[in-house]
Design a protein around this ligand. Structure first.
Ligand code: AMP
Ligand code: MN
Ligand code: MN
Ligand code: MN
Length: 295
């Protein structure tokens, strides 16, 4: 029997020949609140089949050199990354920066400014927890923070689990460390405009991290995305370890509507403490422009 042309098979063969790149552009090391050193994050990513990795520690780029070196040894592509903490209308929001010049002075000074407020904030968090009978939280959290200038709520959460207050990190956040709960304090982070200014000034690209996690109505989300675009923001994390399928649909549509580049990242913090492992998430939905094409 002659071989016949089969369109479905041809399409499948086409995708086998041009495989989708496994890009993970969001993860953390011990340079912020991750559990693994930067080089180990890179090795784990390569082992999981990641083709392109960005390490995106909170407000700190101290892990980039080690991650880049480990990636090079393994033949995995690597791009500079950071996750900047900002405040917008009283909400804590995260902006991802990619492919910037890590030596840029204004960029480094900006990040140092955010870090400098973290110790004082941690002391206020500890004082609030003390009022409800949880003692020694500052010292306890500091023991979990390899980079003490990057003390984060995640380190407090680990201390509260260790001291038996909660059974896991997730329940610590539900009961103690979010707005309206006793261990949460207000803090002045960077502004949206400052964060984008630093990233663009250093030659990088900026993207909104895990938009599905912010408590914003549809209308306020559009207003936020409009402002983000007006100050030069280019991308949005559509595929995130912390997104539901609904979020992926919603933010895929918003990416098209606003003309944003789409990003994909696990937000891996460490084994057993993350939504998904490095590189282990679905590809971007069809028809979106991947941000990595612009690196
Ligand atoms: P911070 O930058 O100090 O405000 O800490 C924020 C970090 O806490 C995030 O980057 C996460 O690592 C962690 N975090 C925030 N919310 C949650 C949550 N609901 N469950 C688990 N971890 C969380
Ligand atoms: Mn974190
Ligand atoms: Mn985040
Ligand atoms: Mn993150």
């Amino acid at each position: 029997m002659p071989l016949c042309y089969h369109p479905g098979l041809a399409i499948r063969l086409f995708f086998l020949l041009i495989p989708v790149l496994n890009c993970d552009l969001h993860c953390h090391s011990t340079a912020s609140d991750g559990l693994l050193p930067a080089a180990e994050v890179a090795r784990r990513a390569a082992g999981n089949g990641v083709d392109l990795l960005a390490l995106t520690d909170h407000d700190d780029i101290g892990g980039l050199a080690a991650a880049r070196e480990a990636a090079a040894e393994l033949g995995m592509a690597f791009v500079n990354g950071v996750e900047i903490s900002i405040e917008w209308e009283g909400l804590q929001i995260h902006i991802l920066g990619f492919a910037f010049d890590a030596q840029n002075k204004a960029f480094n000074d900006g990040l140092a400014g955010i870090r400098s407020g973290r110790i004082e904030r941690a002391q206020r968090m500890s004082a609030e927890l003390e009022k409800i009978g949880i003692r020694g939280a500052f010292e306890g959290a500091m023991r979990f923070a390899e980079n003490s200038s990057l003390i984060s709520r995640a380190h407090f959460a680990r201390y509260l689990v260790e001291s038996g207050v909660c059974k896991d990190v997730r329940s610590v956040f539900e009961s103690y460390l979010v707005p309206g709960r006793p261990g949460y304090v207000d803090h002045r982070w960077a502004t949206l405009e400052e964060s984008i200014g630093w990233v663009l000034g250093a030659g990088g690209l900026a993207a909104v991290a895990h938009p599905g996690r912010y408590k914003l109505s549809g209308r306020d989300m559009r207003r936020f995305l409009g402002e983000f675009k007006d100050v030069g923001g280019q991308g949005i994390e559509v595929m995130s370890g912390s997104h539901t399928l609904d979020h992926v649909g919603t933010f895929g549509r918003l990416a098209r509507e606003f003309g944003f580049l789409a990003s994909r990242g696990s937000d891996f913090h460490g084994p057993g403490e993350s939504y998904v492992d490095l590189g282990k998430l679905a590809p971007l939905p069809d028809g979106l422009k991947p941000i990595w094409d612009a690196f």
